[in-house]
Design a protein around this ligand. Structure first.
Ligand code: GLA
Length: 669
């Protein structure tokens, strides 16, 4: 795959950094992918322009004729986003039918501005539209990989010294309830959510760039001024899940700044799970939520994207999210009752592959590169520490030798085999996954399985088993070293890894206690930084995708080292990571940028900033009825496949469409 070629081409003039100095190297990897497809130019996917005429789903046309909706041309923006036919593998589509998702998550609520998630698995992304878009970038050729694709921001420009970024919104678009979408939504998102530290915004205050100040220039134009020059890379931070404005008209009077009776808690819960519909910019509007069962979405009559025939998108009238388990997503996709799955539990791979190879299988299966990775995170901050033992543990976690010792104690081959027999797993070191375009073998330090070394290092740290019970004690004969590790109990593949980790660390005298939490409690603990240890799946495909997961780029990042009451002392290597990230975001020199990705990879892996376990490929499962699903769509590259596959452009021929649950309806506000 040659995306990011221009950036990577710069690598020839760089010597491998640190590579030869690293004692331990990852073994060579066997690649399971191999699909070839043609990459396209940056403007081949879509542009923005007015077409001579527009058409719409027949039932909407009827509603417009009856005066229940404005005419389609008045609902669309002045220049809608137009998907080009040349980039559609099956061409323009037919209206109607249902697209079935199955997900393991549950909607926490609909106020994404306050950080609430809607259950993942493509449900957040179905309603949130963001300033720019990353998902479909996997299809763009290297020389055009200049930055993210436009979306709600149809264009943007920099001033001469790159200290000002001016963005232009699509003009005349509407929220799904008909309210105009404009810079008031941008102002509210930024000032009253991102910049308000009482709101858990997904873009954290201070993380976009130093000194970022927003100015609204007119209804559709706004500008950031930064205290230092930045680069186009910064704009990637304004894609899903960080750069997605919400309906200011629905939320403002729920926010404490505008409503003296509101609290931040009531604001966060201002759009609770079952109170539907809510106004969205996405292609489908949630209209029905049966807890633990189903979310039904209906097409958004104000959606602002069309095809080249002028047909308003999406093609599917209805989208379902069956609320089940992540493993069931794959089971149902294989059986044909679900239309889509990112097959990501390696335990399912062999059986799913076998079934899908039968000639009458309803599903196509495509494996991609190793992009899914799991890791143990140890909390460097004292947040949430309940007693002296917790504080002593956190001290140990800040000690590099302790982390390296733990890393050497892990037998990653055994962890991989515990998850699934077969050639799927590969050791993970932290940092970029091996399937990432930025992965560089020579910049990757690896601590291979070496129990003797782990024991020697732990002895050296003075962590003896002073009471002879098989568990090492905290320095000076203190309590047993018992690390409680939280995990998302909905993830079987994580649980299996944790079981292996518990037994392997037990062998070097460290006791790990598993603490399963449901997804919502798990996320609350993760984002709030209140845990001792955590094991979790966390990919690392690019530096700009949710950087707060990985690097100390603002006071509340990474989640495992947040500042407490405005205070924190970063370790020297963390300062180096922070500086390298800032250079990466702001530099316009490709060779320098590439060097930064390598420095960060080296710093993370040499210091065992997180302790990687394994990485695996994932496979994308799509029902054969679904048209326009490009076979090259990766499960996880710039963004998850639900974004990369461009669902607003998917369709099913009328004869194969599945009956809608709520035919002829739209969200009623
Ligand atoms: C979950 C799933 C992923 C993907 C994402 C999308 O994390 O496990 O496969 O669907 O949601 O947000």
């Amino acid at each position: 795959m040659n995306h990011l070629k221009s950036l990577l081409a710069a690598s020839v003039c760089l010597t491998a950094i640190g590579g030869s100095a690293l004692a331990d190297k990852l073994p060579p990897e066997k690649d399971l992918s191999g699909l070839e497809y043609e990459l396209i130019g940056r403007t081949d996917l879509y542009d923005y322009r007015a077409l001579d005429s527009y058409s719409e789903a027949p039932f909407l046309a009827d509603m417009a004729a009856e005066g229940k909706l404005p005419a389609v041309k008045d609902r669309l923006p002045k220049e809608p986003l137009v998907f080009k036919t040349g980039a559609m593998v099956d061409g323009t589509g037919e209206y109607g039918g249902v697209f079935h998702h199955v997900i393991g998550g549950r909607p926490e609520g609909w106020n994404w501005l306050a950080g609430q998630h809607q259950g993942w698995g493509g449900i957040n992304m179905a309603i949130q539209e963001c300033l720019v878009r990353q998902g479909p970038r996997w299809q763009i050729k290297g020389e055009d990989q200049t930055g993210p694709l436009p979306n709600l921001a149809k264009s943007w420009s920099w001033n001469d010294d790159n200290t000002q970024l001016t963005m232009h919104l699509i003009e005349g678009a509407h929220w799904s309830d008909g309210d105009p979408f404009d810079t008031e939504d941008i102002r509210f998102w930024w000032e009253d959510n991102v910049e308000d530290e009482n709101v858990s915004s997904r873009l954290s205050k201070g993380s976009l760039a130093p000194g970022a100040k927003l100015e609204i220039l007119d209804e559709y134009t706004f500008r950031w001024t930064f205290s230092e020059p930045q680069s186009e890379t910064l704009v990637e931070n304004l894609a899903y899940i960080q750069g997605c404005p919400g309906p200011s008209h629905a939320l403002k009077d729920k926010h404490p700044k505008y409503n003296p009776d509101a609290t931040y808690e009531s604001y966060t819960n201002a759009m609770p799970g079952e109170a539907l519909p809510v106004p969205v910019m996405g292609a489908w509007v949630p209209v029905l939520h049966k807890p633990d069962e189903l979310v039904v979405m209906r097409r958004n009559p104000f959606y602002w994207k069309v095809d080249e025939k002028g047909q308003q998108l999406p093609y599917f009238n209805e989208m379902h999210f069956r609320l089940s388990t992540w493993d069931d997503r794959t089971t149902q996709a294989v059986a044909g009752s679900g239309d889509f799955s990112n097959m990501e539990n390696p335990a399912n791979y062999v059986a799913a592959l076998k079934q899908s190879q039968s000639p009458d299988s309803p599903v196509t299966v495509r494996f991609g590169k190793r992009a899914l990775a799991w890791r143990l995170e140890l909390n460097f901050s004292d947040i949430g520490a309940e007693d002296e033992v917790d504080l002593a543990l956190r001290d140990l976690f800040r000690n590099k030798d302790f982390r390296i010792a733990l890393s050497h104690a892990l037998d990653r081959d055994a962890i991989g085999q515990a998850v699934a027999r077969g050639p799927f797993a590969y050791p993970y070191t932290g940092g970029f996954t091996s399937g990432s375009a930025f992965f560089d073998h020579d910049s990757t330090a690896y601590q291979p399985f070496d129990q003797a070394k782990a024991n020697a290092m732990l002895d050296e740290l003075g962590l003896q088993d002073s009471d002879g019970n098989g568990i090492r004690n905290l320095p000076n004969g203190g309590d047993d070293i018992e690390i409680d590790v939280i995990f998302n109990s909905g993830r079987n593949e994580t649980r299996k890894q944790l079981d292996a980790v518990i037994s392997q660390l037990g062998e070097v005298g460290i006791r790990v206690i598993a603490r399963g939490l449901d997804k919502t409690n798990f996320e609350t603990a993760r984002l709030g930084g209140a845990f001792n240890g955590m094991i979790n799946r966390r990919g690392f495909p690019t530096l700009t995708r949710e950087p707060c997961n990985n690097m100390p780029i603002s006071e509340s990042c990474p989640f495992f080292h947040q500042s407490q009451n405005g205070e924190r002392s970063l370790l020297p290597f963390e300062e180096e990571i922070q500086a390298a990230y800032r250079t990466f975001i702001s530099s316009n020199d490709n060779a320098e940028k590439l060097q930064m990705t390598r420095d960060i990879q080296r710093l993370i892996t040499e210091n065992a900033y997180v302790i990687g376990t394994i990485q695996t490929p994932a496979a994308l499962l799509v029902n054969r009825r679904i048209k326009n699903a490009h076979p090259g769509t990766p499960v996880y590259m710039f963004e998850w496949a639900e974004d990369g596959i461009i669902r607003e452009r998917l369709w099913t021929p009328a004869a194969e469409q599945v009956k809608e649950l709520l035919p002829g309806t739209i969200a009623e506000y």
